[in-house]
Design a protein around this ligand. Structure first.
Ligand code: ZN
Ligand code: ZN
Length: 888
């Protein structure tokens, strides 16, 4: 970088150009040949039409931090980006566009509609990946995939055919989750359970012979129109003699039987259960056991179908619910209504209440696939961070249900199954079929596969599978998967199963589930709540480094990240200020390198010990400790700890202390300028490396100005610092700690007694410990300069007016104040302040003695008032002691 060193850090002027340069240099591309110890991360593919939100920002920052860390450690890193065709989501987007023009997809027809979706995807899709460049994501763009790419589509077919051949894919009539708005089946995971207030209606069904009735309870009374039985437990004494008797179903006026089934819990409700095989999975099973009819009472749009009495036909299910209840009431058959909160499935794409519906769908038999995936976890080959997530994974695997994979959509991988209407044969094929061996034309299944049926394959399909490519051989299995907990079952668990089944090995060994970004009220950020943060706006205003630092510093393992969308300024201030502080420190060090500078071949240890001052040894030891601390934190996914360690070193140790200390040496006012320059440069270089994974831009911009780098070298691929045993200097850490303490103590006393900034004070060091004595002698000039001290003397001093502090090793620090402040005026000021506080104490004591107040006010308020009183009393005591020290 030859441009002048700007006085202010301006991220907008630096970030895009640096990113382009990294890309140009090919730093993000992983080559399969000659790869060393590959570190592979699969990016959770965002939906192709989605827009970057702060959740992506967090997820991709975490991945980038890990990848940059390992890249600097010399491993061949592959961070593989891609986008998901997102069946329902993308189809919904285009359908909404059509609706504005007054059309539906059916007006266009399948082919034209799919073409329109492709056009939409090509025009707007994938920009989310470009947006990731703005936050510095160092993914391998040469390998970007889309789940509908030809290669990945081949993999999808291969997997479908193989599973079908193994008997693990089947087609059948089952109750599935149906979205009446998207008009498609959903998997269990796609039907998100949400607690909603509802009711339980207790309905009476009269016996056909008029001799009484049976009461059943339901949360969805409209489904009674499709009841084909009432079931009771065979041993339930209350119903024993009713088994086999007939009931007359109200409204519908149809006779149904009372059947006995072991699955009924006699203790639940009345012990009698209505059976609606077409609208409930449990009832469907009961229906199969008893050969009951399934009557579908709803259309795909969840309106009442032709199968219900005429007066109710065409009504929306919720309107029908009202009418059915009303009718039961009129008939005197409504026994009871209870309020009840229950978990109801909602479509994960459009939030419509899902309807359990009987339909013919394709399923994957999951239990055999789950077995090795569960074993990988049980045997410790697959680990979760935080660990408790592993239990959730195991529970889900143990209770796994078959996966409904067909979707009644047009956008996606069409199911590779062809039917012959002439001979009735079904063909499952890797290639498109036109005609049946019997000669008749074939018709392909109309449905497409669940989006996750392609994304569960990406750890190998994105590397060329089913071909045996060099990429696949080198980069499978991968290393870490970083994701939000929401897609643990949708995606993570299924990828493990697919890896075991098709590659014979799990696709990654560590799953790191980070928290969710929430607002200050702990609500998830969402468009509908209007509480989102646009990461690109943050980048524009404060820089990508500020965004990344804030996200990383605010997260710890297993917790959420809280940000305030209403106050971006203070939310991202820490990150921006840190970048500025770093820039200023770097600017100072790098522009003060004129004059003799020692080359530090082999690190700080190469300098001769006797040339180093206490401060030099201290900063070198602190630097080394920070290498150890940060490295371990990165390795353990404690990214916030890594951020904190480097922050402390850069901000406090290096910028606030060391740079201040060496100024006289750098300016030639004290000897050892060459050593100071060398040490400052070396430790600053190390700090830039340690911080680079979190704040890649500002660190690279500064590192590019470090003299003596090889041509074309980048911090992004520079080596990771190694700790050096020779740097350890416990005595220096201890002694310099005392220097810091002493300066801090004198500064505090100066502030406490309001000593004018320009006024020098005297310091008397009393009965110092051995370390304190050595430290004060070694760094006396520093101490005097930093705390504005005119003279350091030793002994008792004989004075009594002044401030006093005791250091950690017992050394006393006395600051005589008689000549530094106007003692008489200070005494007067303190006296007035004490009097004011005493008035407050009196008033408060009276208030709390008032029994009425104490009895009536909330306990919390009374508690706060008591606290106030205690604080005021303490302040009075402290001020009185201070007066004592001044001899007032
Ligand atoms: Zn939906
Ligand atoms: Zn045929």
């Amino acid at each position: 970088m030859s441009d002048p060193f700007a006085a202010q850090y301006d991220p907008a002027a630096i970030e895009p150009a640096l990113y382009a340069a990294w890309r140009e240099a090919g730093l993000f591309h992983a080559r399969a040949e000659g790869a060393t110890d590959p570190y592979v991360v699969m990016m959770p593919p965002p939906n192709v039409t989605s827009v970057l939100h702060v959740g992506h920002g967090l997820n991709n920052t975490v991945q980038d931090v890990l990848v940059r860390f390992e890249r600097m450690r010399g491993r061949t890193t592959l961070w593989l980006p891609g986008t998901d065709h997102a069946g329902i989501a993308t189809q919904n987007v285009v359908e909404r566009v059509l609706a504005k023009e007054g059309h539906t997809r059916f007006d266009l027809g399948r082919e034209a509609f799919v073409e329109k979706v492709w056009a939409h995807v090509k025009a707007t899709g994938g920009s989310i990946l470009e947006q990731l460049a703005a936050i510095g994501a160092s993914c391998d763009w040469e390998r970007t995939y889309f789940t509908l790419d030809p290669g990945l589509s081949t993999a999808v077919r291969e997997v479908f055919v193989r599973l079908h051949e193994k008997g693990l894919i089947y087609r059948g009539h089952y109750i599935i989750n149906w979205c009446p708005r998207c008009l498609t089946a959903l998997s269990n995971e796609e039907a998100e359970k949400e607690e909603v207030p509802g009711k339980i209606w207790h309905l009476r069904y009269p016996l056909a012979d008029g001799s009484g009735h049976v009461t059943v309870a339901t949360t969805r009374p409209e489904t009674m129109l499709g009841d084909t039985a009432v079931a009771v437990h065979p041993k339930d004494e209350r119903y024993r003699k009713l088994i086999g008797r007939r009931l007359r179903l109200p409204i519908v006026d149809r006779e149904i039987s009372i059947v006995a089934d072991d699955a009924i819990d006699p203790a639940f409700g009345s012990g009698a259960v209505k059976v609606t095989p077409a609208h409930d999975p449990t009832d469907f099973e009961i229906g199969k056991r008893h050969g009951l009819m399934s009557i579908d009472v709803m259309t795909p749009e969840a309106r009442m179908a032709e199968t219900v009495p005429e007066a109710l036909r065409g009504l929306d299910r919720f309107e029908a619910r009202k009418r059915v209840v009303q009718r039961f009431e009129e008939l005197g058959l409504l026994a009871k209504v209870e309020e009840h909160t229950h978990a109801v499935g909602h479509c994960y794409r459009c939030h419509t209440v899902v309807e359990p519906r009987l339909s013919e769908q394709w399923f994957v038999r999951m239990a055999p696939l789950a077995k090795p995936a569960l074993a990988a976890y049980r045997e410790g080959r697959l680990r979760f961070i935080p660990e408790r997530r592993g239990d959730e994974y195991a529970q889900w695997m143990e209770g796994i249900r078959d996966w409904c994979i067909s979707r009644q959509l047009w956008w996606g991988h069409r199911i590779p199954v062809w039917y012959c209407d002439a001979c009735g044969k079904t063909h499952v094929s890797r290639t498109d079929l036109v005609s049946c061996p019997c000669g008749a034309p074939l018709r392909q299944d109309e449905d497409v596969l669940d989006t996750w049926f392609s994304s569960w394959l990406v750890p190998f399909s994105s590397l060329g599978w089913p071909e045996r490519t060099a990429d696949l051989a080198t980069f499978y299995p991968g290393t870490v998967l970083v994701t939000a907990p929401e897609i643990l079952f949708f995606w993570v668990a299924r990828m493990v199963m697919a890896g075991c089944e098709f590659m014979g090995d799990i696709p990654f060994s560590t799953v790191y589930l980070h928290g969710t970004v929430r607002d200050t009220q702990h609500r998830k950020m969402s468009k509908s709540l209007g509480n989102g943060i646009d990461p690109l706006e943050v980048v524009e205003r404060y820089g990508a480094d500020a965004l990344r630092y804030t996200l990383v510093a605010g997260m710890s393992v297993g917790t959420d990240v809280i940000l305030d969308p209403k106050d971006l300024e203070s939310t991202f201030a820490a990150g921006r200020n840190f970048a500025n502080k770093l820039w200023n420190a770097g600017r100072f060090i790098l522009t003060n390198l004129d004059g003799p500078t020692r080359r530090l071949a082999g690190g700080p240890g190469a300098l001769r010990q006797e040339e180093l001052t206490l401060a030099d040894r201290w900063i070198i030891a602190r630097c080394d400790a920070t290498i150890r601390e940060a490295t371990e934190a990165y390795e353990r996914f404690r990214l916030n700890d890594a951020a904190a360690a480097v922050y402390r070193f850069l901000w406090s140790d290096l910028a606030d202390w060391y740079i201040e200390l060496i100024k006289p040496r750098l300016y030639g006012e004290a000897p050892g300028g060459d050593v100071a320059r060398a040490v400052a440069l070396k430790t600053f270089d190390v700090a830039l490396r340690l911080l680079h994974p979190i704040m890649p831009f500002v660190t690279e911009a500064l590192w590019q100005r470090i003299p003596g780098r090889p041509d074309g070298a980048w911090l992004a691929s520079a080596g990771w610092p190694r700790p050096d045993a020779r740097a350890a200097a416990p005595d220096a850490l201890r002694r310099f700690g005392l220097v810091q303490e002493l300066v801090g103590a004198v500064r505090a006393i100066r502030a406490e007694y309001d000593v004018q900034p320009g006024k020098a004070v005297r310091v008397v060091v009393q009965h110092p410990g051995a370390d304190a004595a050595a430290a004060c002698r070694a760094e006396e000039a520093t101490i005097r300069r930093l705390a504005k001290i005119s003279e350091v003397s030793w002994g008792e001093g004989g004075e009594s007016v002044g401030g006093y502090a005791v250091l950690a090793d017992g050394t006393g620090v006395f600051v005589p104040l008689g000549d530094a402040i106007d003692v008489a005026r200070e005494c007067e000021r303190l006296g007035a302040e004490i009097a004011r506080l005493q008035q407050l104490v009196l008033g408060q004591e009276r208030k709390l003695a008032n029994e009425q107040f104490v009895a009536r006010a909330p306990a919390e308020v009374v508690g706060k008032e008591r606290e106030k009183l205690a604080t005021w009393r303490e302040q009075v005591t402290a001020l009185q002691e201070k007066r004592g020290r001044l001899g007032c």
